[in-house]
Write a protein that binds this ligand. Structure first.
Ligand code: GAR
Length: 426
């Protein structure tokens, strides 16, 4: 499901159109306003949707955007729709949500858009200029107000006796109320496709090592670990299961020069806590958990790998499958000044058919660049078995080395382990 937040400042008739429409695979999960008393908020409250009015004037732009960011994170929002939202969002905010903010504007952009053109002012300018055709535009939001890529447009004729109000109402009622929901739904379908784990992986040539935690559509816990590698030394590996533990093992022991970064426990468990890691930090994490300490404490002394010039990040995950289900993904990566960032990403809302993926390399360039930003939300179709086949097929066959999928039934605690190695397929 694509989780939508709608931001509105005024009467919220476009919000109403979104609430009344079928947006599937999208769903409005949050509504927020820059005005605490915006009429729009009443419409979504009636539907039981969390609706929050923030006073931007009192808060100031920075605190307003930070509060908004916190809310978006809390509600695990994937897409933001501006439906008559009159605050211009800052460049850092917009860039943090690239291709994830949609706006509707009541003119045929690029005409009559940008700073100062909002609500009736747009129609006043249209009438003053004497244009004969106007309409509405739905577009993606970029740093420059009203200048992002256009997703949809619809036009109508301006009548000789139109006033700003009559023109605005006609555009709203005959165009905006249908164009916005229709375009949002189309965009949600596109996002849904892009967010499929297999589609995402197919788009990467060299992700390095990857960890995914999530829930299958059936609601079973899923842990996925994959290895892609380029060098002969690093490719001389396979994943093997020893009881519940999964580790890496050299295919040809005689070729093993330095095992320190390539031979390790990739997945293990202590009670109901499963640990996944791309290196021997798994030992430190499991030792920490064994003495009642935390995942974070277990990683406190660890850093990125010393494999200059790539400085491969150490990625790890903890999946708690007993009591309240939760997972945390972590990355230890090199900052520009050489220091190590210890980043932890606890799961917000766990939903069936969704998970979060982290992998070591962002781009295949020399040296390799570390995974940037936060774990990516992925949509997961089918069972562990189908996902294992799908993920394996999606990894570039020139670099894929091994894959392990663990599927855990949260009621019976039964664990199914699927391992695929390139070696066995040769
Ligand atoms: C709509 O006409 C929308 O296009 C416009 O505000 C109105 C909101 O109406 N947006 C802008 O001008 C953005 N620059 P609503 O509150 O009834 O949906």
């Amino acid at each position: 499901m694509i989780r939508i937040a709608v931001l509105a400042s005024g009467s919220g008739t476009n919000l109403q159109a979104l609430l009344d429409a079928d947006l599937l695979p999208g769903e409005v999960v949050l509504v927020a306003s820059d005005k605490p008393d915006a009429q729009a908020l009443g419409r979504s409250r009636m539907k039981g949707i969390p609706s929050i009015g923030l006073d931007r004037k009192t808060l100031g732009r920075k605190a307003f955007e930070q509060t908004l960011e916190d809310l978006l994170g809390e509600h695990a929002v994937d897409l933001i729709v501006l439906a008559g939202f009159l605050t211009i969002l800052s460049a850092p905010f917009v860039n943090a949500h690239r291709n994830r903010i949609i706006n509707i504007h009541p003119s045929l952009l690029p005409s009559f858009g940008g700073k100062g053109y909002y609500g009736e002012r747009v129609h006043e300018a249209v009438l003053k200029r004497g244009v004969k055709i106007s309409g509405a535009t739905v577009h993606l939001v970029t740093e420059e107000a009203d200048e992002g890529p256009i997703l949809a447009q619809q036009a109508l004729s301006v009548a000789d006796d139109d006033t700003p109000t009559s023109l605005g109402q006609r555009i709203l009622k005959t165009i905006e109320w249908t164009l916005l929901p229709k375009t949002v739904q189309q965009y949600c379908r596109k996002l849904e496709e892009e967010m499929q784990l297999e589609t995402y992986l197919k788009g990467l040539r060299y992700p390095g090592r990857g960890i995914l935690c999530g829930l299958s559509e059936e609601g079973k816990a899923l842990l996925i670990y994959f290895i892609t590698a380029r060098s002969k030394h690093s490719r001389n590996r396979m994943l093997v299961a020893q009881n519940e533990m999964v580790r890496t093992q050299a295919i040809d022991e005689s070729l093993l020069v330095d095992p320190s970064l390539i031979i390790y426990r990739a997945i293990d468990r202590i009670g109901n806590a499963f640990v996944v890691a791309n290196g021997d930090q798994s030992d430190a994490i499991l030792a920490s958990l064994a003495c009642g300490h935390s995942f974070e404490e277990g990683l406190a002394a660890a850093t990125y790998e010393p494999d200059a010039p790539n400085y491969t990040p150490r990625i790890s995950a903890l999946f708690q499958t007993g009591g309240p289900i939760s997972y945390t993904l972590s990355i230890l990566r090199r900052r520009e000044d050489g220091s190590c960032e210890h980043a932890f990403f606890p799961s917000a809302k766990l939903q069936a058919g969704e998970g979060h993926l982290i992998h070591t390399y962002e781009k295949e360039e020399e040296p390799l660049s570390s995974f940037a930003g936060e774990p990516r939300k992925m949509l997961l179709k089918g069972s562990g078995e189908t996902l294992a086949q799908g993920v394996w097929q999606s990894l570039d066959e020139r670099v894929r080395v091994g894959l392990c999928v663990k599927e855990i039934d949260l009621d019976t605690h039964e664990v199914q382990t699927i391992i695929i190695n390139a070696e066995e397929r040769r």
